[in-house]
Design a binder for this molecule. Structure first.
Ligand code: DC
Length: 218
């Protein structure tokens, strides 16, 4: 079974998808981590991120693997190297949407994501899972929350590791990524017509997981 979860940054998708996969004994596939790994490689190899041809060539020449740990967390491997920590750094977050908007990059990620999802029962989480990657997924969810709440959640998540961060900086990043992710030409962020919309603004993570489980069991 494929469970597709889409939604904007900071809506709580990743935590919900991870917990849901753990509860169901499914694989958890974080597709944003794949775009982040590519962004890391582009930065490390000093590529011009505005040169689409070069970025697409890099994407086609890159291997990205995700592995699930028994505690529900994942490890991300870029050409065999564990980059799970580096891909969460602010310099990656800042550029990732610009890499993810490139058509040839998305085509390459589509191959990897479909192959990963077909390994077994999976929960895939991203921006275009229900619309493009697995339009025939058995269960589709669009997880959202209002902008203020998403900013607050992302700020609380980041402030431990990034002492300098402010809510204004987080808000700017979310606004920027929301705009690029939803207005891009290829596979923009949007709710699939047949996805269940869940506004998590006033819900706890556990409540969201319970709602999803109820839909899945129905
Ligand atoms: O979920 P995240 O914040 O780790 O995702 C990072 C970026 O990757 C996000 O801003 C847009 C892009 N992305 C995408 O375009 N399509 C996906 N399926 C997943 C992520």
């Amino acid at each position: 079974m494929i469970i597709a979860i889409d939604g904007p940054a900071g809506a709580g998708k990743s935590t919900v998808a991870r917990l849901l996969a753990q509860r169901l004994g499914f694989l958890y596939i974080d597709t944003g981590a794949m775009y982040r790994a590519l962004t890391l490689k582009a930065i490390e190899t000093n590529l011009n991120i505005n040169d689409e041809k070069v970025i697409i060539e890099m994407a086609c020449d890159t291997s990205i693997d995700l592995t699930n740990n028994s505690d529900g967390t994942i490890e991300v491997f870029l050409d065999g190297r564990n980059v799970s920590k580096e891909i969460r750094e602010p310099k990656i977050t800042k550029l990732v949407s610009d890499i993810a908007k490139i058509k040839g990059v998305r085509e390459r990620m589509l191959e990897i994501q479909r192959r990963s999802g077909r390994q077994g029962d999976s929960v895939l989480e991203g921006r275009d899972i229900a619309t493009v990657v697995f339009p025939d997924a058995e269960k589709k969810f669009y997880i959202d929350a209002d902008f203020k709440e998403r900013t607050k959640r992302r700020y609380l998540e980041l402030r431990e590791s990034e002492k300098q961060i402010t809510t204004a900086m987080v808000a700017e990043d979310l606004r920027n990524r929301d705009f690029i992710d939803s207005s891009r030409e290829f596979a923009p962020l949007k709710k699939a017509e047949d996805a269940v919309y869940i506004d998590t603004t006033d819900m706890s993570i556990e409540e969201v997981v319970e709602v999803l489980l109820k839909h899945i069991k129905n």
